[in-house]
Write a new protein. Structure first.
Length: 391
């Protein structure tokens, strides 16, 4: 008979495979997500066995970094329709209708029939999904007894369907479960082979103006967003860091553009005079599709910041003029100020930098976990902005 492997939420199976024939879903999970989870067998038998499980709330972020954000789902839907065989019937249903229906479904209400037996193409979806009361709203838009229509839904990308279901906030506390143990016990694979994790092609290379930027971003992810840390790689900053300085970072972008780099890359500029200028120039390049650029975000906290320069002390808006990554650290334990230093004829303005910034970095290095007495507010906003630029 062979061994089965399935991906599901509660009793709702999203995908299944047999023996060697199955899809790798390990990139949705962390190694620490391995635990005993329920396996649903025929005759209402439920057995706890090893597998992988994590909440849909956590899966949402990982799905979006894999290219399944809400803004890209319509493209996935159109690609499915464009590539679906002409000889098979397609339902007359729009993406907007699909989203409206699936985002209202409470997965906890779904109960699988748990019947043994082999299904022809489309039969499983018709008998176990369409005829289930949980999916009753589909009746208004498709023939729920048509196996060809069932085949269409059966061939939808399971991650597309999962992302639609995640739009219902009631589902976020439920767990996505990958039931892998049967194929392992059957000798079709082993634990090392089955858990590949996030592959290099799915990771984002973060490139910054200096090693301090890289350290702060990486440690912030470790502390605040460990669930997605494995999606990011960083240029080695230990020896001969190659991209220090805004000018070099711009030339680096020119080089990547010329070779049409295929790796997912995010380049981060400072939000100061020179950084904004180079960001704008880089934005005018014919950037590869996989390459994105951003500058440090403008925050309300920087609109009334103490500065000192030729005209003495004053409070100014430093967004676009003197914001470096150290400004996102916890500055509350002292009286931070920006010192205006070099005058730029090109911009007819002074370039500024945070005084005693190395002290703030040293303090951040001593932080052990997210529960420490440390203000992560601005760092959280920075990570959120990085995330938005990656999805």
């Amino acid at each position: 008979m062979g061994s089965y492997i399935s991906l599901g939420v509660g009793e709702l199976e999203l995908d299944w495979g047999k023996n060697f024939g199955f899809r790798d879903y390990s990139k949705l999970f962390l190694p620490s997500d391995k635990k005993d989870i329920p396996y649903y067998y025929a005759d209402d038998e439920v057995i706890l066995r090893p597998g992988y499980s994590t909440s849909l709330g956590r899966v949402k972020n990982r799905l979006e970094l894999l290219g399944y954000s809400l803004k890209t789902l319509s493209t996935h839907f159109q690609d499915h329709n464009d590539n679906y065989p002409d000889y098979l019937e397609q339902p007359e249903i729009s993406f907007e209708t699909m989203l409206a229906i699936f985002s209202k479904i409470n997965i906890a209400d779904y109960k699988n029939k748990k019947e043994d037996g082999d299904y022809d193409l489309g039969e499983y979806v018709v008998e176990n999904i369409f005829l289930n009361e949980t999916f009753k709203d589909l009746k208004e838009h498709i023939d729920i007894k048509d196996k060809d229509i069932g085949a269409y839904f059966e061939n939808l990308d399971p991650l597309f369907t999962l992302r639609l279901l995640i739009e219902n906030p009631h589902n976020l506390e439920m767990n996505l479960e990958w039931r892998t143990q049967d194929v392992i016990d059957g000798g079709w694979t082993n634990e090392k082979e089955i858990f590949v994790g996030v592959e290099e092609t799915d990771k984002f290379l973060i490139v910054t103006e200096g090693s301090s930027d890289t350290f702060i971003i990486k440690k912030s992810l470790e502390l605040l967003k460990p669930d997605i840390l494995d999606f990011f790689t960083f240029v080695d900053m230990e020896d001969n860091y190659p991209f220090t300085g805004t000018g070099n970072l711009y030339r680096f972008c020119q080089g990547l553009t010329s070779i049409r780099i295929q790796n997912k890359t995010l380049v981060l500029f400072d939000n100061d005079l020179e950084g904004v200028d180079k960001f704008n120039k880089t934005n005018n390049l014919n950037l590869p599709r996989q390459m994105k650029i951003m500058k440090l975000p403008e925050l309300e906290e920087f609109t009334n910041f103490l500065t000192i320069g030729p005209t003495g002390e004053t409070s100014e808006n430093i967004n676009g003029k003197a914001v470096a990554i150290e400004c996102f650290l916890d500055l509350s334990k002292s009286k931070p100020k920006i010192r205006w230093t070099n005058y730029s004829k090109e911009f007819d303005a002074y370039q500024g930098s945070l005084e005693n910034k190395d002290d703030y970095v040293r303090e951040f290095k001593s932080v052990k976990n997210a529960n420490d007495n440390y203000d992560f507010t601005k760092l959280t906003k920075l990570l959120d902005e990085i995330y938005k630029n990656c999805i």
